[in-house]
Design a protein around this ligand. Structure first.
Ligand code: PLP
Length: 447
């Protein structure tokens, strides 16, 4: 949304003549919308130097109000999490392995955080290992379990819609001699549990299937799959990074053996995550150099970030139902408005099995990257798929695995809502999409 305003709080002059800053009123760390609403300022005409000196001319600004619809890529830090992080950073600086007073304080903080993360997934705290994020949790799970078998050519089952954090270690196992079965999913974006049963072999060492897909939001039938893997005596790893905080997770009720989590998807900082490892699961270490985290993940623990993750987990548990219900209503409002008003659109993936915040929509005849840029210019942050694939020309591996043509996959957008998303933002996004799609279609008709 373009807004006229001259009450800019802080403006940094750049050589290129472009000015950025944020409005002092919206930069309130305790405000509900926090960073999701923090507008960056693009100055036109004359302005101020970074040292505050006025440049000649008027100080009239047009700036773009920024709205964030990319919560599956990452979330802003929640105010409560920020408080926990800062207090931990400033006060709890001991090494959690030290036996003195300072070390004990850090250890207490770490264990309190572990209890909070464990509680969010109904696990025993002793089964939660802190990691540097979802990617490391996935690597420890996939490589650790398979290598622990000691087989020279073990068998692994995964799916074509996994995040690269799982597909990468599976590919590495393949290079080391493992046979990897990659299950297809069909247009629903939901794995068929019977396909898992049919793919099992006597030498299967691990099944790794995500809980919620990052691009589609589709939720996989994990409890059904776990019944099958249990019966076969094969460990089941679930990448829960995109399910955590968006839907109830109970690792006992689901029957999973390993469950990956990431802090920055639930309003905690980047660079912290956790892996649930069911007691008795055999794991080989994948890195070496210490006995931290019950030998699962060596290295001095990041106590402040673990503390922040714990605070985020507590908040997620408290707000889960309210957040889910509110975001589902907003997601449906967004989808219905787009499908009603814009021809040549449709939803990718099953609507009947999704987390409440995610929508993936195709806009036929549109180049997704061009639409991301057009919407960014209008102030809306959206994504064409996994954040890490942004900028790459290859269509999303998830959408093509579902059978979408390369053109339709390239014409697809992911909208992921969060705590700061409001009805007004959704309505403004629909307007912006309508205008941008019309514009892009007109241009390509004339090309
Ligand atoms: N797994 C899934 C499904 C994800 O969406 C992501 C991040 O986008 C990851 C794993 C990696 O998590 P992290 O960014 O914490 O390494």
């Amino acid at each position: 949304m373009i807004r006229d305003d001259d009450s800019v709080g802080s403006v940094l002059a750049r050589d290129a003549g472009i000015f950025m800053g944020f409005d002092a009123f919206d930069h309130d760390l305790h405000g509900g919308d926090l960073l999701a609403l923090a507008p960056f300022v693009f100055g036109r005409g004359d302005a101020r130097h970074s040292n505050g000196a006025e440049l000649p001319g008027t100080l009239k600004w047009d700036y773009v109000q920024r709205y964030y619809f990319d919560h599956n890529a990452t979330t802003p830090i929640a105010p409560e999490v920020y408080e926990a992080l800062v207090s931990c950073l400033s006060q709890v600086y001991g090494n959690a392995s030290s036996i003195h007073f300072f070390g004990q304080g850090a250890k207490r903080q770490l264990e309190a955080a572990r209890r909070l993360v464990a509680s969010l997934i109904h696990a025993n705290p002793a089964e939660v290992v802190f990691t540097s994020g979802g990617t490391e949790a996935d690597n420890i799970a996939v490589l650790g379990v398979v290598r622990a078998t000691g087989h020279s050519s073990p068998h692994v089952i995964t799916t074509a819609i996994e995040h690269p954090a799982v597909l990468g270690p599976c590919a590495q196992l393949g290079r080391e001699g493992a046979a990897v079965t990659v299950l297809r999913v069909g247009a629903s974006g939901v794995v068929n549990a019977d396909d898992v049963r049919n793919a099992l072999r006597p030498d299967t060492a691990l099944v790794s299937i995500m809980h919620a897909n990052n691009e589609l939001g589709t939720v996989q039938p994990i409890a059904d799959i776990a019944r099958i893997t249990r019966e076969a005596g094969v460990p089941l790893h679930v990448d829960g990074v995109q399910a955590l905080g968006k839907m109830p997770v109970d690792v006992e009720a689901l029957g999973v053996d390993l469950y990956s989590m990431s802090g920055h998807k639930i309003y905690a900082p980047k660079g912290v995550g956790a892996l649930y490892v069911r007691k008795g699961t055999r794991m080989a270490p994948i890195s070496f150099g210490g006995h931290h985290e019950r030998d699962r993940r060596p290295g001095t623990e990041n106590v402040p970030c673990a503390g922040a993750f714990g605070a985020a987990a507590q908040l997620a548990a408290e707000r889960l139902t309210e957040d889910a219900n509110r975001q589902a209503v907003l997601r449906d409002r967004l989808e219905n408005a787009i499908l009603d008003r814009i021809p040549g659109t449709g939803i990718n993936g099953a609507r009947w099995s999704r987390v409440p915040n995610t929508s993936n929509i195709y806009f036929d005849g549109i180049d997704g990257e061009a639409l991301v840029i057009a919407l960014d210019l209008r102030g809306f942050a959206v994504s064409t798929g996994a954040a890490c694939s942004s900028g790459a020309l290859a269509p999303s591996h998830v959408l093509t695995a579902m059978g979408l043509s390369a053109d339709r996959a390239r014409a697809s957008m992911r909208f992921s809502l969060g705590r700061g998303t409001t009805t007004e933002q959704v309505d403004a996004l629909v307007e912006a999409i309508g205008a941008s799609v019309n514009h892009l279609r007109r241009i390509s008709a004339h090309a």
